[in-house]
Design a binder for this molecule. Structure first.
Ligand SMILES: Cc1cc2nc3c(=O)[nH]c(=O)nc-3n(C[C@H](O)[C@H](O)[C@H](O)COP(=O)(O)OP(=O)(O)OC[C@H]3O[C@@H](n4cnc5c(N)ncnc54)[C@H](O)[C@@H]3O)c2cc1C
Length: 421
């Protein structure tokens, strides 16, 4: 379509004595044609439903989460009212179908929710992100109707979910996992351990990746839904640099019996589901990172407008203005990468490279924005009460989980190479 329009434009310009007038009439024609025939909204355009959700989450984040963020960080624990609020607001089943108690909304809606929460607290944001974009999505895409009915409803209404893939010996090389699931009658017996599992301190439902036949290597990896009371033990709660109120625990499984109907999808396909889900989950982490970057600006800029030195507001020094403009530009670029990856995913187009780029870049921008924001406000930024040091600490995780930055670079490079083969 665009190339036909370009050819028409070239032909008309060549025929006319007044190329500029012709250009203007072609432009008028093409603009109205675009308006009439093609919907090409900017990446900042959302459906009415998505905008409503974003506004509601912004209100919840600002009014309910923000006042508790500092105390939750200090106590390294999310409070019950915040968990309850996430469920009450419908934020634990954003894409889950209404028949399973969810909101039945788009992936982009989930991304916007994660971003808005991270603007005030990256811990609450990742709790919501992992629950929605990893746990719920694996079940929505691959679980039997029985499992969907049984677990998606609980996950949307009152039970926190965890995603257990990583182990002590299996981090970036996730499929080197050693947890086993051995068939015994109509059950599987799970033995092993998981590391770094988000939400696991509060979760009632765990997706656990275990190998049913280690002789087959990664093709033995199978995904199970495991209920906490079947014997999931929290071996250790990690004390972390950032996202401190999001629980991250080491889990242990000793002869945990799981009914065979709790296998998600097909036996031996767990590796495939894990790759798929982490590819799209990365867009959620990118959203968390742009939320952190925006939240840093939200704290710093009002202070800089009010703080005067040498009789001038700090925000008006050119040396500061250029830095603010640079960070704001990079944030916009990260945001567009993230929204674009989300829309590509939603359209069913290839999005793996774009998702990796979004996560890689957004995590860099978050670190830079939080770091610069501290410098821009001076000494007060270095204190805990002001809030920026929390954003600075919280930003660091973006380069590590759901694939480190090196792994994102590897994915991007592999796909670029493929484009030229
Ligand atoms: C707070 C937190 C929450 C988490 N939540 C979850 C969760 O909910 N569920 C879950 O399953 N996991 C979770 N993880 C695990 C997380 O995904 C892993 O930590 C991550 O994948 C990296 O693995 P690793 O820590 O073992 O690092 P390693 O894989 O040991 O990496 C160490 C270094 O080596 C580099 N490296 C590794 N391989 C390569 C390579 N091929 N090329 C170049 N460099 C390489 C890495 O980039 C990194 O710099 C969480 C981790 C943290 C810290």
């Amino acid at each position: 379509m665009a190339s036909v329009m370009r050819l028409n434009l070239a032909a008309r310009l060549a025929r006319t004595a007044s190329p500029l007038r012709a250009l203007s009439s072609v432009r008028q024609f093409s603009q109205s044609a675009v308006a009439r025939e093609m919907e090409m909204p900017s990446l900042h355009k959302f459906t009415e439903e998505e905008e409503m959700l974003r506004d509601a989450v912004r209100k919840f984040a600002q009014e309910t989460v923000k006042p508790q963020a500092f105390a939750m960080d200090e106590s390294e624990m999310m409070t019950k009212p915040i968990w309850d609020g996430l469920f009450e607001q419908g934020l634990m089943g954003i894409e889950t179908a209404e028949e399973h108690g969810g909101a039945g909304m788009s992936f982009t809606a989930a991304i916007l929710a994660v971003e808005e929460l991270a603007r005030v607290d990256a811990s609450v944001s990742v709790a919501c992100d992992v629950h929605n974009t990893l746990v719920n999505t694996v079940l929505r895409h691959h679980a039997s109707d029985y499992l969907k009915e049984k677990y998606l409803t609980r996950l949307a209404t009152d039970t926190v979910g965890s995603f257990g893939l990583t182990e002590a010996g299996a981090g970036s090389d996730a499929f080197a996992l050693a947890t086993t699931a051995v068939k015994k009658g109509n059950k599987y017996i799970i033995n092993g351990g998981k590391m770094w599992i988000t939400n696991s301190g509060e979760a009632g439902i765990f997706l656990v990746f275990a190998n049913v036949d280690p002789s087959k290597g990664y093709k033995g990896i199978t995904c199970f839904v495991v209920e906490k009371e079947w014997g999931v033990t929290i071996a250790k709660k990690e004390k972390k640099l950032g996202i401190k109120s999001s629980s991250t625990c080491e889990l242990s499984f000793e002869d945990v019996e799981v009914p065979e109907e709790n296998i998600v999808g097909e036996i031996g396909k767990g590796y495939k589901y894990a790759i798929e889900i982490l590819n799209e989950g990365r867009i959620g982490i990118a959203a968390q990172m742009i939320g952190i970057a925006q939240g840093s600006l939200d704290i710093a800029l009002p202070y800089m407008a009010q703080r005067k030195q040498f009789g001038t507001a700090v925000i008006d020094f050119q040396g500061i203005q250029h830095q603010v403009a640079q960070v704001a530009t990079e944030l916009e670029a990260a945001r567009l990468l993230t929204y674009n990856a989300a829309r590509l995913k939603q359209e069913g187009a290839n999005f793996v490279k774009e998702a990796a780029m979004a996560k890689l870049y957004a995590s860099q921008v978050a670190e830079k924005a939080a770091s610069k924001a501290i410098e821009w406000v001076g000494g007060v930024g270095f204190t805990r009460d002001f809030g920026l040091e929390k954003f600075y600490r919280d930003a660091k995780i973006g380069a590590i989980y759901e694939g480190t930055s090196n792994i994102q670079l590897q994915t991007i490079a592999k796909l670029i190479k493929k484009d030229y083969q």
